[in-house]
Every structure is written in C-alpha cells, then in structure tokens.
Design a protein around this ligand. Sequence first.
Ligand code: HEM
Length: 207
Amino acid sequence: MIGAINDILRRIPVPVVWLAGALPFALLLWDTFTGGLGADPVQAIEHRLGRTALYLLVAGLAVTPLLRLTGISLMRFRRALGVLCFAYALPHVLSWVVMDMGFLWAQMGQDILKRRYLLFGMGAFVMLLPLAITSNNLSIRRMGGQAWRKLHKLVYPAALLVGLHWVWAVKVTEREPFFWLFAILVILASRLVIRRRVAWGRVLGRV
Ligand code: HEM
C-alpha cells in the first residue's frame, strides 16, 4: 500500500508542486482585480499571504515525521514547499511595509510597539531568509551537508514564532490559529521523539 502511494508520488514531477503552490497567489491576484477582497483589501492581502506562508511552512515541516511514521515520502517536494513558503512570507512582510505602513519607519516603530506580536513574525522572517537563500544545490555544495543541515534547523524555531505570531494577533475566540500552533507543537514534539529514538538506537546498536 505505502509502496503504491510512493510509486504514484514518484511519478509526480516537482514542477506540479510549484504550479499548485502558485495557485493561491493567482487567486489572490484574481480577487484583487475583481474586487473580491472585501471591505479591507490591504488587510485581506496581508492575511492571505501570511496564512499561505504558514500552511506551506507546516507542510514542509510535516514531511519528515510523515516519512518516519508512515513511510510515505514527500522528500522530493520539500525544497519546493520551503521556497514557496518564503515566496509568500516575503510579499506578506512587504504588504505590511508598503501598503499598511506606507514605508514610514516611525509608523512601523509605533505599530510594533502597539502590536508586539509583529516581533515574532519578524524573528521568524529573519530565520527563514537564510534558509530561502541557501535552498539550492550550489549552497549545499559550498556549505557542506552538515553545516547546511544545521542552518536549516532554524525552520523549527521559525515555525514556533509564526504560530505565536498568529495566535497573539487574533481575538481569543478564533480557533484556527490555535489549531495551527498545536499542529506545529505536535510536529516539533514528534521530531524530538524521532531524534531520541535514533539516538537510543545508536546506543543500543553499539552495546
Ligand atoms: C517582518 C515580519 C512580519 C511582519 C511585519 C508581519 C506582519 C503581520 C501583520 C501586520 C499581520 C496582521 C495582523 C492583524 O491583523 O492584527 C500578520 C498576520 C499574520 N502573519 Fe505575519 N508578519 C511577519 C512575518 C510573518 C511570517 C514569516 C509568517 C509566516 C511564515 C507570517 C504569517 C502570518 C499569519 C498566518 C498571520 C495571520 C493572518 C490572518 O489572521 O488571517 N507572518 N502579520
């Protein structure tokens, strides 16, 4: 069964994931030009870009636990998911800088003081930036696999910050941000369990 699923997945070309990942952006453009963004278009753009970035971040994070727990491998698509996440996070941030704040530094400072959760988003963005820049074969070769893997562990604290960024931004009555923060915590916990199991496997293997 798992073999059959992996066979099907192997036949899907990676560009299909890139195309699928571009769909939310195409829909956003469509809604922007057809007046489908509601009463506050700037906020709608900001929110939709931020959400899509978060969904892609979680999808990328879930690849390894999914492989370890079920044997289903989405490894070939992991880089695309990561880069797509950043491709939405960047315009999300820019929508705040340009459309929301009008490039006014003083206003940005005031907004950060008023909405401290923006700092979580900024922390996450600063961590995701080097990951996006080094998500190519040349960087892996130049940095060496070990250093590259170490750097890319930044995705875990970044995901946690993004989860907190959203939870703190909303009113307590909204469930979705809590659901995603919970999902992020579960994925991070599963990674710890997997790491411990591997470490114990090594210890027992040596005995
Ligand atoms: C410099 C970094 C960032 C800034 C300035 C920023 C700014 C914002 C702002 C202004 C909002 C709207 C909050 C509100 O309406 O009260 C928001 C929401 C959000 N941001 Fe960010 N953000 C940043 C980084 C990120 C990153 C890196 C991600 C994801 C990878 C992200 C995901 C989200 C999500 C999911 C929401 C909630 C959207 C919703 O309520 O529908 N943000 N952010």
